[in-house]
Design a protein around this ligand. Structure first.
Ligand SMILES: [Ca+2]
Ligand SMILES: [Ca+2]
Length: 295
């Protein structure tokens, strides 16, 4: 940008030599360059749409929550970075009375995971750190701990999320659902896929990063790039969303879909560093807390 400004100034200089004209021109040029540079810096600062590190000591970094107060607790140990993280304590005893929610869920929410004029073709970065306690018990009834949720068009109903990270027995799995039809048929997706699977780890933090280009077409340009613990994993290329206009939103916490293993009365997971970036973000910007984060 500076090069462009200087080259414009130089060519102008050659044609006009009166001092007053030159001074006026360069004053205006200086103003234009300053405005352009300010805009560039402003844009960079806004690469990060969400910086959910819980260091405020509350949930104010998020747009809302679904869960009882005792299910969403700020704690000082364990934390991924700083002094605070979020302890999710999803209670089996509370099925349908959760504030703003239903079923077994305790989640925080934030808008901006897509674009309100159509999610298709938009790019988003997502990051979060998760921690399973040592006494975590495997359960064949899945726990969804991170999801990008859809908002249905007027002609359709709410559907299962197009992108979600779930724990199932001894695996953590990332899944996608898609449907190119403008009006989906109930909660039926045109297709679903498990795009990444890894063994669960207890008693330590796991850092997740996902870069997504939303696309509902089978022959489109959709992809999900995946990093776990600062290591790039195989990229999924294929459809990954519904044909919806309304902006998707991010949820993190616990959503127990179908039931509970006998004997379990609650589910605990810790989360920290929940982040979201737009198309001008990159790995390094979203993983500022990782000192060896690569570009
Ligand atoms: Ca924190
Ligand atoms: Ca639709």
């Amino acid at each position: 940008m500076v090069t462009t400004c200087v080259s414009v100034g130089t060519s102008f200089w050659g044609r006009y030599s009166k001092p007053f004209v030159r001074r006026s021109f360069f004053f205006l040029l200086h103003c234009c360059c300053f405005v352009a540079l300010s805009h560039s810096i402003y844009a960079q600062e806004n690469d990060l749409l969400l910086n959910g590190n819980f260091e405020t000591g509350d949930l104010s970094q998020f747009g809302g929550s679904e869960g009882l107060d005792e299910e969403l607790l700020i704690v000082n140990n364990p934390v991924r970075i700083g002094r605070s993280a979020l302890k999710i304590n999803c209670l089996k005893s509370d099925y349908s009375t959760k504030k703003g929610g239903n079923k077994w869920r305790a989640e925080i929410i934030r808008d901006g995971a897509g674009v309100d004029s159509g999610n298709h073709n938009s790019i988003r970065w997502f990051a979060l750190s998760t921690y399973l306690p040592m006494d975590w018990q495997n359960d064949s009834y899945s726990d969804i701990i991170f999801q990008i949720h859809e908002r249905p068009s007027d002609c359709e109903t709410w559907r299962s999320p197009p992108l979600y990270l779930r724990i199932n027995n001894d695996k953590m799995q990332l899944n996608v659902r898609w449907d190119a039809k403008e009006c989906s048929d109930g909660n039926k997706a045109e297709g679903t896929a498990t795009i990444y699977s890894t063994p669960i780890v207890k008693g330590r933090w796991i850092d997740w990063v996902f870069k997504v280009r939303w696309d509902y077409r089978k022959d489109g340009e959709g992809y999900v790039e995946i990093w776990q613990d600062n290591i790039k994993r195989p990229t999924y290329q294929g459809p990954n969303c519904y044909n919806d206009k309304k902006e998707m939103y991010l949820k993190a916490g616990i959503y127990k879909i179908n039931g509970w293993k006998e004997g379990l009365t609650n589910r605990v997971v810790y989360i920290d560093e929940v982040k979201m970036g737009n198309e001008t973000c990159n790995y390094k910007k979203i993983m500022t807390h990782i000192t060896d984060a690569r570009q």
